[in-house]
Design a protein around this ligand. Structure first.
Ligand code: FAD
Length: 381
């Protein structure tokens, strides 16, 4: 079989790895960029020697043992706990909002049960039927915390006022009533010793796999292959016939310095007046390395226009309706499958795309070998 995989991010690379070992085939992996690993691409900066996360800081985390064992086959991971701080109009606090944040923010020393009662009292209970993200946040945490932690950050990150976002975004009370400031709840967390690109290069290394970088795959190319796995944007695959799905993009202002600039890998800036959403200092992700110099990235967000890299799917109601139209077109395909964050228009962390690509390749190979119709999408779509 002649197979094309479009995209060499984790989705495409895991598929290439599994298919090259699972059947007799020749696989061509296309990527329009000059490098592999998609948005997880890491590269050692020549001037400083620091491992740079080219598309924003990436911390690997998962509670899925199968995924954790799988990635550990390809590299050594060093333990890493993501402890984010937030500079708010009222000062610097620890995130996610936890007991330390509450006690420092309100100048108290409450125990967990006392803090729960206290937060109940500051929430705006006159809001009985919250319609918007703003209503929901005010009801859960009250005006002071809402304005310091949510308001400005949301406007900067999503370009939308919280009163224009649905309440469903904030379904649960976003607070921990203990001193746990580990950003993720996952059982396994770490940073790969040689960066993410080294993992992807190893995933793609097989005599059956040919890599074509700097090569954009167009829909017309489908006829050259027996099957195509597409991990790029689904709206682009269909020439935007129904319009462009809404994304936010992020862009970075790079700053080189000496010593330690932030004292932490990532600090969020919640005030609307501060133009960036967060600042990341990448050398803090590799504490086992020594670097005199440092690299700092000021991250900003804006609506994605033609030519921008799509980062965060906005999934507004018109986007969801448009997505349904593209999914309907895609479901009629017999030679094309769609997988990954862009082809399914979802925000997915690395562990999620790896799990989906592992399961999908197994399902696809099994359908193929038993002569059944091969799946177009992962089971969750
Ligand atoms: C700012 C940011 C921070 C993140 N931080 C984390 C984190 O800390 N931890 C975590 O687990 N996850 C994080 N993620 C999520 C992570 O980036 C994704 O899970 C991952 O990149 C998804 O892999 P993918 O292969 O589906 O897509 P991508 O990595 O986007 O790969 C798709 C590839 O397809 C190529 N392509 C697209 N169309 C075409 C075409 N027509 N022809 C040829 N090539 C094409 C692209 O060039 C790209 O290389 C973060 C995401 C963002 C936006």
């Amino acid at each position: 079989m002649k197979i094309a995989i479009v995209g060499s991010g984790f989705s495409g690379a895991v598929l290439a790895h599994k298919l090259s070992r699972g059947m007799d085939c020749s696989i061509t992996v296309f990527d329009e960029r000059h490098h592999v690993a998609g948005n997880c691409h890491t590269e050692r900066d020549v001037a400083t020697g620091i491992m740079e996360h080219k598309y924003g800081p990436h911390i690997f985390h998962t509670s899925n043992r199968k995924v954790w064992d799988f990635v550990n086959e390809f590299t050594k991971f060093h333990p890493c706990v993501n402890r984010v701080k937030a500079v708010t109009p009222r000062g610097l606090f620890t995130l996610p909002i936890n007991l330390l944040t509450i006690n420092q923010f309100f100048g108290k020393s409450l125990r967990p049960a006392e803090a729960k009662v206290f937060i109940e009292t500051i929430g705006d209970k006159s809001i009985t039927n919250p319609q918007s993200f703003e209503d929901q946040a005010l009801r859960f945490v009250g005006r002071e915390m809402y304005e310091n932690f949510f308001l400005g950050y949301t406007i900067k990150q999503w370009g939308v006022h919280p009163r224009d976002l649905p309440a469903s975004i904030l379904q649960r009370l976003p607070i921990r009533f203990n001193y746990d400031d580990n950003y993720y709840n996952s059982i396994y967390q770490g940073i790969p010793e040689e960066g993410y690109t080294a993992i992807v290069e190893r995933l793609l290394k097989h005599p059956r796999v040919e890599l074509k970088l700097n090569t954009k795959f167009e829909r017309a190319g489908v006829s050259d292959f027996d099957h195509v796995f597409f991990t790029g944007p689904i709206d682009e695959f269909y020439g935007h016939v129904y319009g462009r799905l809404g994304y936010r993009t992020v862009y970075f202002e790079r700053h080189e310095d000496i010593g330690d600039y932030l004292g932490n890998p990532v600090i969020n800036y919640t005030a609307q007046e501060v133009p960036y959403t967060r600042v990341a200092e990448h050398k803090h992700f590799t504490p086992w390395e020594n670097h005199d110099k440092t690299l700092v990235f000021f991250e900003r967000s804006k609506f994605t226009e033609a030519g921008d890299i799509p980062y965060y799917p906005m999934r507004r109601e018109p986007d969801k309706a448009m997505l349904e139209q593209y999914l309907t077109l895609a479901r009629q395909e017999s030679k094309v499958s769609f997988i990954g964050r862009l082809a399914t228009y979802r925000y997915l962390d690395m562990h999620a795309v790896i799990a989906e690509a592992l399961d999908f390749s197994e399902a696809w190979l099994s359908a193929k070998s038993s002569g059944q119709k091969t799946p177009v999408f992962p089971a969750s779509i």
